[in-house]
Design a protein around this ligand. Sequence first.
Ligand SMILES: O=C(O)CCC(=O)C(=O)O
Length: 500
Amino acid sequence: MYNSSLHGLFIFELITKMAFVAFLGRLLFVSVFVLSAYQEFNEFGADGGPAAKNLKPKFDVFSKHVTAQTGLQVPHVDLSWSFNLEFGVARGASLLYRYEEFDAKEIVEEEAIRRTKRKKKKKKMETITETINCVQSKYDRARELKAFDDTKAGVKGLVDAGIEKIPQIFILPKDNKTNEAEADNFDKVDFSIPVIDLEGIGNDSKLHQEIVEKIRHASESWGFFQVVNHGIPVSVLEEMLRGVRRFNEQDGEVKKQFYTRDVTRKVVYNSNFDLYTSPAANWRDTFFCFMAPNPPKPEELPDSCRDIQIEYSRHVMSLGFQLFGLLSEALGLESSRLIDMDCAKGLTFVGHYYPACPQPELTLGASKHTDDGFLTVLLQDQIGGLQIFLENKWIDIPPVPGSLVINIGDLLQASELLISNDKFRSVEHRVLANRDGPRVSVACFFSTSLMPSLKLYGPIQELLSEDNPPKYRETTVEEYVSYSYSKGLDGISPLLHFKI
Ligand SMILES: O=C(O)CCC(=O)C(=O)O
Protein backbone atom coordinates (compact mmCIF):
# COMPACT_ATOMS: atom_id res chain seq x y z
CA MET A 1 0.00 0.00 0.00
CA TYR A 2 2.80 2.32 1.10
CA ASN A 3 4.80 1.33 -1.94
CA SER A 4 1.90 1.64 -4.32
CA SER A 5 0.95 5.14 -3.01
CA LEU A 6 4.60 6.16 -3.28
CA HIS A 7 4.65 4.75 -6.75
CA GLY A 8 1.45 6.67 -7.59
CA LEU A 9 2.96 9.85 -6.15
CA PHE A 10 6.07 9.35 -8.22
CA ILE A 11 4.05 8.86 -11.38
CA PHE A 12 1.90 11.89 -10.55
CA GLU A 13 5.02 13.98 -9.97
CA LEU A 14 6.56 12.70 -13.18
CA ILE A 15 3.43 13.52 -15.18
CA THR A 16 3.25 16.98 -13.58
CA LYS A 17 6.90 17.65 -14.42
CA MET A 18 6.46 16.42 -17.96
CA ALA A 19 3.36 18.57 -18.38
CA PHE A 20 5.32 21.54 -17.00
CA VAL A 21 8.23 20.90 -19.37
CA ALA A 22 5.77 20.52 -22.25
CA PHE A 23 4.10 23.78 -21.21
CA LEU A 24 7.49 25.57 -21.02
CA GLY A 25 8.41 24.13 -24.44
CA ARG A 26 5.16 25.32 -25.95
CA LEU A 27 5.52 28.72 -24.28
CA LEU A 28 9.03 29.02 -25.73
CA PHE A 29 7.76 27.88 -29.09
CA VAL A 30 4.89 30.35 -29.08
CA SER A 31 7.25 33.16 -27.95
CA VAL A 32 9.67 32.45 -30.76
CA PHE A 33 6.89 32.51 -33.35
CA VAL A 34 5.26 35.54 -31.84
CA LEU A 35 8.58 37.38 -31.91
CA SER A 36 9.44 36.24 -35.43
CA ALA A 37 5.97 37.08 -36.66
CA TYR A 38 6.19 40.48 -34.99
CA GLN A 39 9.56 41.10 -36.62
CA GLU A 40 8.28 39.80 -39.95
CA PHE A 41 5.27 42.06 -39.80
CA ASN A 42 7.45 45.05 -39.01
CA GLU A 43 9.78 44.30 -41.92
CA PHE A 44 7.09 43.26 -44.31
CA GLY A 45 4.84 46.12 -43.48
CA ALA A 46 7.59 48.71 -43.32
CA ASP A 47 6.32 50.41 -46.44
CA GLY A 48 2.82 50.89 -45.06
CA GLY A 49 -0.58 49.27 -45.20
CA PRO A 50 -0.39 47.13 -48.37
CA ALA A 51 1.39 44.31 -46.56
CA ALA A 52 -1.25 44.27 -43.87
CA LYS A 53 -3.96 44.27 -46.51
CA ASN A 54 -2.35 41.24 -48.12
CA LEU A 55 -2.29 39.36 -44.84
CA LYS A 56 -5.81 40.14 -43.70
CA PRO A 57 -7.60 37.77 -46.14
CA LYS A 58 -5.14 35.03 -45.26
CA PHE A 59 -5.84 35.52 -41.59
CA ASP A 60 -9.61 35.40 -42.18
CA VAL A 61 -9.27 32.09 -44.02
CA PHE A 62 -7.17 30.77 -41.16
CA SER A 63 -9.62 31.83 -38.44
CA LYS A 64 -12.55 30.25 -40.29
CA HIS A 65 -10.52 27.08 -40.58
CA VAL A 66 -9.75 27.06 -36.84
CA THR A 67 -13.41 27.63 -35.98
CA ALA A 68 -14.52 24.82 -38.30
CA GLN A 69 -11.99 22.42 -36.81
CA THR A 70 -12.25 23.31 -33.12
CA GLY A 71 -15.48 25.23 -32.59
CA LEU A 72 -13.35 28.03 -31.07
CA GLN A 73 -13.73 31.62 -32.14
CA VAL A 74 -10.42 33.26 -33.07
CA PRO A 75 -10.43 36.80 -31.70
CA HIS A 76 -10.77 39.58 -34.25
CA VAL A 77 -7.39 40.95 -35.25
CA ASP A 78 -7.09 44.55 -36.25
CA LEU A 79 -4.27 44.79 -38.79
CA SER A 80 -3.74 48.50 -38.47
CA TRP A 81 -0.30 49.80 -37.51
CA SER A 82 -0.96 50.18 -33.81
CA PHE A 83 -1.98 46.54 -33.49
CA ASN A 84 0.90 44.78 -35.08
CA LEU A 85 1.80 43.12 -31.78
CA GLU A 86 -1.72 41.69 -31.63
CA PHE A 87 -1.25 40.46 -35.15
CA GLY A 88 2.02 38.90 -34.08
CA VAL A 89 0.23 36.95 -31.34
CA ALA A 90 -2.43 35.81 -33.77
CA ARG A 91 0.22 34.74 -36.23
CA GLY A 92 2.04 32.84 -33.48
CA ALA A 93 -1.22 31.08 -32.66
CA SER A 94 -1.72 30.35 -36.31
CA LEU A 95 1.68 28.81 -36.63
CA LEU A 96 1.20 26.83 -33.46
CA TYR A 97 -2.15 25.53 -34.65
CA ARG A 98 -0.65 24.54 -37.92
CA TYR A 99 2.34 23.00 -36.18
CA GLU A 100 -0.05 20.68 -34.43
CA GLU A 101 -2.08 19.94 -37.51
CA PHE A 102 0.77 19.40 -39.96
CA ASP A 103 4.38 18.74 -39.23
CA ALA A 104 7.24 21.01 -38.30
CA LYS A 105 9.21 20.35 -41.51
CA GLU A 106 6.37 21.62 -43.63
CA ILE A 107 6.14 24.79 -41.58
CA VAL A 108 9.87 25.40 -41.77
CA GLU A 109 9.73 24.94 -45.54
CA GLU A 110 6.85 27.35 -45.81
CA GLU A 111 8.74 29.87 -43.71
CA ALA A 112 11.71 29.52 -46.10
CA ILE A 113 9.43 30.13 -49.10
CA ARG A 114 7.97 33.19 -47.40
CA ARG A 115 11.47 34.52 -46.70
CA THR A 116 12.47 34.01 -50.36
CA LYS A 117 9.33 35.88 -51.42
CA ARG A 118 10.23 38.72 -49.08
CA LYS A 119 13.77 38.84 -50.51
CA LYS A 120 12.33 38.90 -54.05
CA LYS A 121 10.05 41.76 -53.09
CA LYS A 122 13.02 43.66 -51.65
CA LYS A 123 15.00 43.01 -54.89
CA LYS A 124 12.04 44.24 -56.94
CA MET A 125 11.98 47.45 -54.92
CA GLU A 126 15.72 47.87 -55.56
CA THR A 127 15.16 47.34 -59.30
CA ILE A 128 12.42 49.96 -59.32
CA THR A 129 14.73 52.38 -57.52
CA GLU A 130 17.47 51.63 -60.06
CA THR A 131 15.05 52.23 -62.94
CA ILE A 132 14.01 55.54 -61.44
CA ASN A 133 17.69 56.52 -61.10
CA CYS A 134 18.27 55.41 -64.68
CA VAL A 135 15.35 57.51 -65.99
CA GLN A 136 16.72 60.39 -63.95
CA SER A 137 20.23 59.88 -65.36
CA LYS A 138 18.83 59.63 -68.92
CA TYR A 139 17.38 63.05 -68.43
CA ASP A 140 20.77 64.30 -67.29
CA ARG A 141 22.41 62.38 -70.12
CA ALA A 142 20.88 64.57 -72.83
CA ARG A 143 22.21 67.63 -71.03
CA GLU A 144 25.64 66.04 -70.45
CA LEU A 145 25.94 64.97 -74.11
CA LYS A 146 25.16 68.48 -75.27
CA ALA A 147 27.60 70.01 -72.77
CA PHE A 148 30.34 67.62 -73.91
CA ASP A 149 29.62 68.31 -77.59
CA ASP A 150 29.62 72.07 -76.98
CA THR A 151 33.20 71.96 -75.69
CA LYS A 152 34.29 70.96 -79.25
CA ALA A 153 37.35 69.55 -77.53
CA GLY A 154 36.37 65.88 -77.73
CA VAL A 155 37.54 63.14 -75.37
CA LYS A 156 41.04 64.57 -75.57
CA GLY A 157 39.66 67.76 -73.99
CA LEU A 158 38.47 65.74 -70.98
CA VAL A 159 41.83 64.03 -70.59
CA ASP A 160 43.68 67.35 -70.92
CA ALA A 161 41.44 68.73 -68.16
CA GLY A 162 42.82 65.95 -65.92
CA ILE A 163 39.65 63.94 -65.25
CA GLU A 164 40.23 60.81 -63.18
CA LYS A 165 36.74 59.31 -63.50
CA ILE A 166 35.06 59.01 -66.86
CA PRO A 167 31.75 60.88 -67.26
CA GLN A 168 28.54 58.85 -67.13
CA ILE A 169 27.84 59.31 -70.87
CA PHE A 170 30.77 57.00 -71.67
CA ILE A 171 29.86 54.24 -69.23
CA LEU A 172 28.56 51.06 -70.85
CA PRO A 173 25.07 49.93 -69.82
CA LYS A 174 25.19 47.37 -66.99
CA ASP A 175 24.08 44.44 -69.16
CA ASN A 176 27.10 44.89 -71.44
CA LYS A 177 29.84 42.52 -70.37
CA THR A 178 32.95 44.37 -69.28
CA ASN A 179 36.14 44.15 -71.28
CA GLU A 180 37.74 41.88 -68.74
CA ALA A 181 34.85 39.46 -68.38
CA GLU A 182 34.76 38.85 -72.11
CA ALA A 183 38.50 38.69 -72.55
CA ASP A 184 38.78 36.16 -69.72
CA ASN A 185 36.94 33.33 -71.46
CA PHE A 186 39.18 33.39 -74.47
CA ASP A 187 42.21 31.23 -75.04
CA LYS A 188 44.27 33.53 -77.24
CA VAL A 189 46.73 30.81 -78.27
CA ASP A 190 44.25 29.06 -80.54
CA PHE A 191 43.23 32.06 -82.62
CA SER A 192 45.11 34.47 -84.78
CA ILE A 193 43.95 36.07 -88.01
CA PRO A 194 45.99 35.22 -91.12
CA VAL A 195 48.93 37.43 -92.07
CA ILE A 196 49.29 37.30 -95.87
CA ASP A 197 52.58 38.26 -97.52
CA LEU A 198 52.04 39.95 -100.89
CA GLU A 199 55.77 39.98 -101.74
CA GLY A 200 56.41 38.90 -105.33
CA ILE A 201 52.74 38.47 -106.22
CA GLY A 202 53.16 40.15 -109.61
CA ASN A 203 56.09 37.95 -110.70
CA ASP A 204 55.01 34.39 -110.09
CA SER A 205 51.64 32.98 -111.23
CA LYS A 206 51.83 29.99 -108.83
CA LEU A 207 52.45 32.34 -105.91
CA HIS A 208 49.65 34.56 -107.20
CA GLN A 209 47.24 31.60 -107.09
CA GLU A 210 48.39 30.65 -103.57
CA ILE A 211 47.74 34.19 -102.36
CA VAL A 212 44.28 34.25 -103.99
CA GLU A 213 43.52 31.00 -102.14
CA LYS A 214 44.73 32.45 -98.82
CA ILE A 215 42.60 35.57 -99.36
CA ARG A 216 39.57 33.44 -100.24
CA HIS A 217 39.98 31.34 -97.11
CA ALA A 218 40.55 34.38 -94.87
CA SER A 219 37.58 36.29 -96.34
CA GLU A 220 35.24 33.34 -95.94
CA SER A 221 36.40 32.21 -92.51
CA TRP A 222 37.58 35.35 -90.75
CA GLY A 223 36.41 38.36 -92.74
CA PHE A 224 39.74 39.86 -91.61
CA PHE A 225 43.37 39.38 -92.54
CA GLN A 226 46.58 41.38 -92.34
CA VAL A 227 48.83 42.08 -95.32
CA VAL A 228 52.56 42.68 -95.25
CA ASN A 229 54.83 43.69 -98.16
CA HIS A 230 51.81 45.45 -99.63
CA GLY A 231 53.83 48.11 -101.41
CA ILE A 232 53.21 51.07 -99.08
CA PRO A 233 56.53 52.16 -97.57
CA VAL A 234 56.78 51.86 -93.78
CA SER A 235 57.91 55.51 -93.69
CA VAL A 236 54.55 56.52 -95.22
CA LEU A 237 52.63 54.43 -92.66
CA GLU A 238 54.55 55.96 -89.78
CA GLU A 239 54.17 59.50 -91.06
CA MET A 240 50.43 58.94 -91.54
CA LEU A 241 50.05 57.91 -87.89
CA ARG A 242 52.13 60.92 -86.81
CA GLY A 243 49.92 63.15 -88.98
CA VAL A 244 46.70 62.00 -87.25
CA ARG A 245 48.39 62.49 -83.91
CA ARG A 246 49.51 66.01 -84.90
CA PHE A 247 45.96 66.90 -85.94
CA ASN A 248 44.54 65.82 -82.59
CA GLU A 249 47.32 67.29 -80.47
CA GLN A 250 47.44 70.69 -82.17
CA ASP A 251 46.18 73.86 -80.54
CA GLY A 252 42.57 73.28 -79.41
CA GLU A 253 41.31 76.56 -80.90
CA VAL A 254 42.63 75.63 -84.37
CA LYS A 255 41.19 72.14 -84.13
CA LYS A 256 37.77 73.51 -83.10
CA GLN A 257 37.38 75.10 -86.53
CA PHE A 258 36.92 71.60 -87.96
CA TYR A 259 34.49 70.47 -85.24
CA THR A 260 31.09 69.87 -86.82
CA ARG A 261 28.21 67.42 -87.22
CA ASP A 262 27.51 68.65 -90.73
CA VAL A 263 28.65 65.72 -92.89
CA THR A 264 28.55 67.82 -96.07
CA ARG A 265 31.64 69.70 -94.85
CA LYS A 266 34.94 68.76 -96.58
CA VAL A 267 36.61 67.79 -93.30
CA VAL A 268 34.48 66.63 -90.41
CA TYR A 269 36.05 66.42 -86.94
CA ASN A 270 34.02 65.43 -83.89
CA SER A 271 33.78 62.92 -81.10
CA ASN A 272 31.36 60.03 -81.73
CA PHE A 273 29.48 60.48 -85.01
CA ASP A 274 26.54 58.81 -83.22
CA LEU A 275 26.90 60.73 -79.96
CA TYR A 276 23.19 61.43 -79.52
CA THR A 277 21.89 58.00 -80.54
CA SER A 278 24.31 55.41 -79.19
CA PRO A 279 23.68 53.71 -75.81
CA ALA A 280 27.13 54.84 -74.58
CA ALA A 281 29.65 57.23 -76.08
CA ASN A 282 33.00 55.82 -77.22
CA TRP A 283 36.31 56.95 -75.83
CA ARG A 284 37.64 58.39 -79.10
CA ASP A 285 37.76 61.44 -81.37
CA THR A 286 37.66 61.23 -85.16
CA PHE A 287 38.13 63.30 -88.27
CA PHE A 288 37.15 62.19 -91.74
CA CYS A 289 36.96 63.32 -95.34
CA PHE A 290 36.06 61.78 -98.69
CA MET A 291 39.31 61.36 -100.64
CA ALA A 292 37.77 59.80 -103.79
CA PRO A 293 36.19 60.24 -106.25
CA ASN A 294 36.06 64.01 -105.52
CA PRO A 295 38.81 64.83 -103.03
CA PRO A 296 38.87 68.20 -101.26
CA LYS A 297 41.31 70.81 -102.52
CA PRO A 298 44.61 70.41 -100.66
CA GLU A 299 44.12 73.75 -98.89
CA GLU A 300 40.79 72.46 -97.51
CA LEU A 301 42.59 69.68 -95.64
CA PRO A 302 44.07 70.32 -92.17
CA ASP A 303 47.64 71.56 -92.61
CA SER A 304 48.79 69.37 -89.70
CA CYS A 305 48.51 66.27 -91.92
CA ARG A 306 47.52 67.46 -95.41
CA ASP A 307 50.53 66.21 -97.41
CA ILE A 308 50.70 62.77 -95.87
CA GLN A 309 46.94 62.35 -96.08
CA ILE A 310 47.07 62.90 -99.82
CA GLU A 311 50.08 60.63 -100.29
CA TYR A 312 48.74 57.86 -98.07
CA SER A 313 45.30 57.92 -99.75
CA ARG A 314 46.95 57.56 -103.16
CA HIS A 315 48.81 54.45 -101.94
CA VAL A 316 45.66 52.98 -100.38
CA MET A 317 43.71 53.49 -103.62
CA SER A 318 46.28 51.50 -105.58
CA LEU A 319 46.41 48.75 -102.91
CA GLY A 320 42.60 48.67 -103.05
CA PHE A 321 42.64 48.07 -106.81
CA GLN A 322 45.02 45.17 -106.27
CA LEU A 323 42.92 43.69 -103.46
CA PHE A 324 39.62 43.95 -105.38
CA GLY A 325 41.35 42.09 -108.24
CA LEU A 326 42.41 39.30 -105.87
CA LEU A 327 38.98 39.19 -104.18
CA SER A 328 37.23 38.93 -107.57
CA GLU A 329 39.43 35.95 -108.40
CA ALA A 330 38.76 34.49 -104.97
CA LEU A 331 35.02 34.62 -105.79
CA GLY A 332 35.78 32.81 -109.07
CA LEU A 333 35.13 35.94 -111.15
CA GLU A 334 37.15 37.93 -113.69
CA SER A 335 39.81 39.88 -111.82
CA SER A 336 38.35 43.19 -113.00
CA ARG A 337 34.79 42.32 -111.91
CA LEU A 338 34.58 44.15 -108.56
CA ILE A 339 36.42 47.16 -109.93
CA ASP A 340 34.04 47.29 -112.91
CA MET A 341 31.23 47.40 -110.36
CA ASP A 342 32.80 50.56 -108.91
CA CYS A 343 33.80 48.99 -105.59
CA ALA A 344 37.04 50.97 -105.67
CA LYS A 345 35.45 54.21 -106.82
CA GLY A 346 35.05 55.94 -103.45
CA LEU A 347 37.44 56.27 -100.51
CA THR A 348 36.55 57.67 -97.08
CA PHE A 349 39.58 58.55 -94.97
CA VAL A 350 38.96 58.32 -91.20
CA GLY A 351 41.60 59.23 -88.60
CA HIS A 352 40.86 57.97 -85.07
CA TYR A 353 42.45 59.15 -81.83
CA TYR A 354 41.81 57.10 -78.66
CA PRO A 355 43.15 59.06 -75.67
CA ALA A 356 44.44 57.20 -72.60
CA CYS A 357 41.45 56.29 -70.44
CA PRO A 358 41.51 56.36 -66.62
CA GLN A 359 38.80 53.65 -66.35
CA PRO A 360 39.10 51.52 -69.50
CA GLU A 361 37.04 48.68 -68.04
CA LEU A 362 33.92 50.89 -67.99
CA THR A 363 33.85 51.97 -71.62
CA LEU A 364 35.02 51.14 -75.15
CA GLY A 365 37.19 52.88 -77.73
CA ALA A 366 34.76 51.74 -80.42
CA SER A 367 31.58 49.73 -79.90
CA LYS A 368 30.91 46.48 -81.71
CA HIS A 369 30.04 47.09 -85.38
CA THR A 370 30.58 45.92 -88.94
CA ASP A 371 31.89 48.26 -91.63
CA ASP A 372 29.26 49.49 -94.06
CA GLY A 373 31.51 49.82 -97.16
CA PHE A 374 32.93 47.21 -99.54
CA LEU A 375 36.38 46.85 -98.03
CA THR A 376 38.41 48.52 -95.25
CA VAL A 377 42.16 49.09 -95.11
CA LEU A 378 43.14 49.81 -91.53
CA LEU A 379 46.44 51.16 -90.25
CA GLN A 380 46.90 50.82 -86.48
CA ASP A 381 49.76 51.84 -84.22
CA GLN A 382 51.48 49.58 -81.67
CA ILE A 383 49.07 50.09 -78.74
CA GLY A 384 46.59 47.35 -79.71
CA GLY A 385 42.97 46.92 -78.61
CA LEU A 386 41.29 46.01 -81.91
CA GLN A 387 39.26 42.79 -81.56
CA ILE A 388 36.97 40.79 -83.84
CA PHE A 389 33.98 38.75 -82.71
CA LEU A 390 34.04 35.21 -84.06
CA GLU A 391 32.54 31.95 -82.78
CA ASN A 392 31.19 33.88 -79.81
CA LYS A 393 34.65 35.03 -78.73
CA TRP A 394 36.54 38.31 -78.89
CA ILE A 395 39.83 37.75 -80.68
CA ASP A 396 42.71 40.25 -80.56
CA ILE A 397 44.16 41.60 -83.77
CA PRO A 398 47.68 42.26 -82.56
CA PRO A 399 49.62 45.07 -84.25
CA VAL A 400 52.14 43.63 -86.72
CA PRO A 401 54.82 46.19 -87.63
CA GLY A 402 54.50 47.39 -91.23
CA SER A 403 51.20 45.56 -91.77
CA LEU A 404 47.72 46.72 -92.75
CA VAL A 405 44.53 45.11 -91.52
CA ILE A 406 42.05 44.33 -94.31
CA ASN A 407 38.42 43.52 -93.66
CA ILE A 408 35.36 42.71 -95.72
CA GLY A 409 32.56 45.28 -95.44
CA ASP A 410 28.80 44.73 -95.44
CA LEU A 411 28.37 45.68 -99.11
CA LEU A 412 30.88 43.07 -100.22
CA GLN A 413 29.47 40.34 -97.97
CA ALA A 414 25.99 40.85 -99.16
CA SER A 415 26.19 42.25 -102.55
CA GLU A 416 25.39 41.55 -107.71
CA LEU A 417 26.71 44.04 -104.70
CA LEU A 418 25.25 42.86 -101.60
CA ILE A 419 27.90 40.96 -103.90
CA SER A 420 29.08 37.69 -102.50
CA ASN A 421 25.64 36.75 -101.06
CA ASP A 422 27.21 35.81 -97.70
CA LYS A 423 30.19 33.93 -99.21
CA PHE A 424 32.55 36.47 -97.67
CA ARG A 425 32.02 37.64 -94.10
CA SER A 426 31.68 41.18 -92.82
CA VAL A 427 32.71 40.51 -89.24
CA GLU A 428 31.89 42.49 -86.09
CA HIS A 429 34.76 44.22 -84.39
CA ARG A 430 35.43 46.74 -81.62
CA VAL A 431 38.29 48.61 -79.99
CA LEU A 432 39.04 48.41 -76.27
CA ALA A 433 39.81 51.58 -74.36
CA ASN A 434 43.26 51.58 -72.80
CA ARG A 435 45.29 53.23 -70.07
CA ASP A 436 48.45 53.52 -72.18
CA GLY A 437 47.17 55.68 -75.05
CA PRO A 438 46.80 57.66 -77.06
CA ARG A 439 46.13 55.00 -79.67
CA VAL A 440 45.99 56.20 -83.27
CA SER A 441 44.50 54.44 -86.29
CA VAL A 442 43.49 55.29 -89.85
CA ALA A 443 40.56 53.44 -91.41
CA CYS A 444 40.12 53.85 -95.18
CA PHE A 445 36.72 52.64 -96.33
CA PHE A 446 36.19 51.75 -99.97
CA SER A 447 32.72 53.18 -100.52
CA THR A 448 31.18 56.21 -102.16
CA SER A 449 29.45 56.56 -98.81
CA LEU A 450 26.86 59.37 -98.61
CA MET A 451 27.58 60.61 -102.15
CA PRO A 452 24.31 60.73 -104.14
CA SER A 453 24.11 57.49 -106.14
CA LEU A 454 21.59 55.62 -108.28
CA LYS A 455 23.57 52.47 -109.00
CA LEU A 456 21.85 49.46 -107.49
CA TYR A 457 23.78 46.73 -105.77
CA GLY A 458 22.47 43.23 -105.07
CA PRO A 459 23.87 39.65 -105.12
CA ILE A 460 26.06 38.81 -108.16
CA GLN A 461 24.06 36.73 -110.66
CA GLU A 462 26.86 34.19 -111.32
CA LEU A 463 27.02 33.37 -107.60
CA LEU A 464 23.29 32.63 -107.38
CA SER A 465 21.69 29.21 -107.87
CA GLU A 466 18.66 27.32 -106.63
CA ASP A 467 20.68 26.34 -103.57
CA ASN A 468 22.02 29.86 -103.16
CA PRO A 469 19.09 32.24 -103.74
CA PRO A 470 19.56 35.99 -103.17
CA LYS A 471 19.58 36.87 -99.48
CA TYR A 472 19.46 40.66 -99.77
CA ARG A 473 17.35 43.16 -101.66
CA GLU A 474 19.04 45.64 -103.98
CA THR A 475 20.10 49.00 -102.62
CA THR A 476 22.33 51.97 -103.47
CA VAL A 477 25.50 52.67 -101.49
CA GLU A 478 23.96 55.98 -100.43
CA GLU A 479 20.81 54.34 -99.07
CA TYR A 480 22.80 51.67 -97.27
CA VAL A 481 25.31 54.04 -95.68
CA SER A 482 22.61 56.60 -94.73
CA TYR A 483 20.71 53.86 -92.93
CA SER A 484 23.86 52.61 -91.21
CA TYR A 485 24.91 56.16 -90.25
CA SER A 486 21.50 57.01 -88.77
CA LYS A 487 21.54 53.85 -86.68
CA GLY A 488 24.98 54.45 -85.24
CA LEU A 489 27.04 51.77 -83.50
CA ASP A 490 24.18 50.06 -81.66
CA GLY A 491 25.57 46.55 -82.07
CA ILE A 492 22.96 45.46 -84.64
CA SER A 493 24.10 44.86 -88.22
CA PRO A 494 22.46 47.21 -90.75
CA LEU A 495 22.47 44.26 -93.19
CA LEU A 496 19.49 42.77 -91.35
CA HIS A 497 17.40 45.68 -92.61
CA PHE A 498 18.13 44.61 -96.22
CA LYS A 499 17.59 40.85 -95.83
CA ILE A 500 14.91 39.34 -98.04
O1 LIG B 1 40.64 51.94 -84.77
C1 LIG B 1 40.50 50.80 -85.14
O2 LIG B 1 41.38 49.95 -84.98
C2 LIG B 1 39.21 50.33 -85.76
C3 LIG B 1 38.41 51.44 -86.33
C4 LIG B 1 37.10 50.95 -86.85
O3 LIG B 1 36.66 49.87 -86.54
C5 LIG B 1 36.30 51.79 -87.74
O4 LIG B 1 36.68 52.93 -88.02
O5 LIG B 1 35.25 51.31 -88.21
